[in-house]
Design a binder for this molecule. Structure first.
Ligand code: COI
Length: 354
């Protein structure tokens, strides 16, 4: 793989004590072009601006998908990747839905490993730190005819990170706007899904809420996700999360929590969850916990859920199950516990030939 190293690393001038999520980027990036029906050889270059014509398709029609994944440092200063094959699988599922050619496994996996070998120092070993990895693909044909591009660009950039949300969060049930609809692209990590969520989220933020809870687009009666996370409830000692559908993103953290819960013998249900049952559980005192999961947030506790003018305060538990899962997950991600699910893989630190 052609690798061009940066001549001036930003590593020593980066303030690692101040890393607002997604705003600081590591030294290098992977770039790979799709032309004439095939993905060409990927390259690694210094992180920097990319040029494109104003008529580039993605700027007009948003034919673009992305992934979110993380690398962690263990106590031996080795970089660990978490369930990377799942991210490739999901990226390609998203790509198919958006009429984008799938990324070959070797381009994704080898490209990612080479990139992390170069920028592994951006992944700090201290607790709470990780390197957020953002693979993405966009339509790069220079045309504004409303049809699928025939050229694409795949890139991977990385961003050192600490926390997504500083503490527990306040949610409001969205009853007007929708994130996704039946037969749409909600299950894909399509860029436009996120663009469409910003306006309703901004309105919720202005009312003092951290995020919205997305409900089904037809009746707004059933809970789907919250913000960019999957959502979970503990009711009467049962762990419940909405079952996947074409309007819900299949989170890799969601899947990991499911497996941890089943392994621990916890009563867990993936099913349709109605707003009415959450309200009822809150009223009758059986709503014990609510939490969100996602790559960026890991696991975050929910403090309150508001439905119109009813605020449901989630009781504070002495040993919340959400925090138990968070610790278990992080212990696996940082290589602090035995990897019984074979979820982590090491990025060897030996530097490749240039
Ligand atoms: C992730 O958790 O990786 C996400 O996709 C959230 C991101 C939009 C910040």
């Amino acid at each position: 793989m052609k690798i061009t190293k940066t001549s001036i690393s930003r590593l020593n001038t980066t303030d690692f004590s101040n890393l607002p999520f997604g705003t600081v980027f590591s030294d290098h990036m992977l770039v790979c072009h799709y032309k004439d029906g095939e993905w060409l050889a990927p390259q690694i270059e210094p992180y920097g601006p990319i040029s494109m014509f104003p008529g580039t398709q993605v700027l007009h029609y948003g034919q673009s998908v992305f992934e979110g994944m993380k690398a962690f440092k263990n106590n031996n200063d080795e970089v660990l990747l978490f369930r990377k094959e799942e991210n490739l699988k999901r990226l390609n599922q998203s790509a198919v839905r958006l009429s984008i050619p799938e990324i070959p496994e070797d381009v994704f996996i080898n490209g990612l490993i080479e990139l992390l070998k170069l920028d592994g120092e951006w992944c700090k070993a201290d607790d709470g730190y990780s390197l957020y990895i953002r693979p993405f693909i966009f339509a790069s044909s220079e045309w504004i005819k409303a049809s699928s591009s025939d050229e694409f660009t795949f890139m991977i950039i990385t961003s050192p990170t600490i926390n997504y949300y500083p503490g527990s969060i306040d949610l409001v049930i969205e009853q007007h706007f929708s994130r996704a609809t039946n037969g749409g692209v909600g299950y894909a990590k399509a860029a436009g899904n996120y663009a469409g969520s910003f306006y309703p989220t901004k309105k919720a933020n202005a009312r003092g809420f951290t995020q919205v809870i997305w409900t089904d687009s037809k009746e707004h009666k059933y809970i789907e996700e919250s913000g960019t996370m999957n959502i979970w409830f503990r009711i009467d000692n049962k762990l419940i999360t909405p079952s996947l559908s074409d309007s819900i993103l299949g989170g890799i953290t969601r899947d990991s929590i499911l497996k941890l819960a089943i392994d621990a013998g916890i009563d867990v249900e993936e099913r349709i969850v109605s707003v009415a049952e959450i309200l009822e559980a809150s009223k009758n005192g059986t709503l014990q916990e609510a939490f969100g999961t996602g790559t960026a947030v890991t696991v975050v506790a929910v403090k309150s859920i508001t439905l119109e003018d009813i605020k449901m305060n989630i009781p504070t538990q002495e040993n919340p199950i959400s925090m138990r899962f968070k610790k278990q997950l992080q212990d696996l991600q940082y290589g602090r516990s035995e990897d019984i699910f074979s979820w982590t893989s090491k990025v060897t630190s030996s530097i490749t030939a240039f």
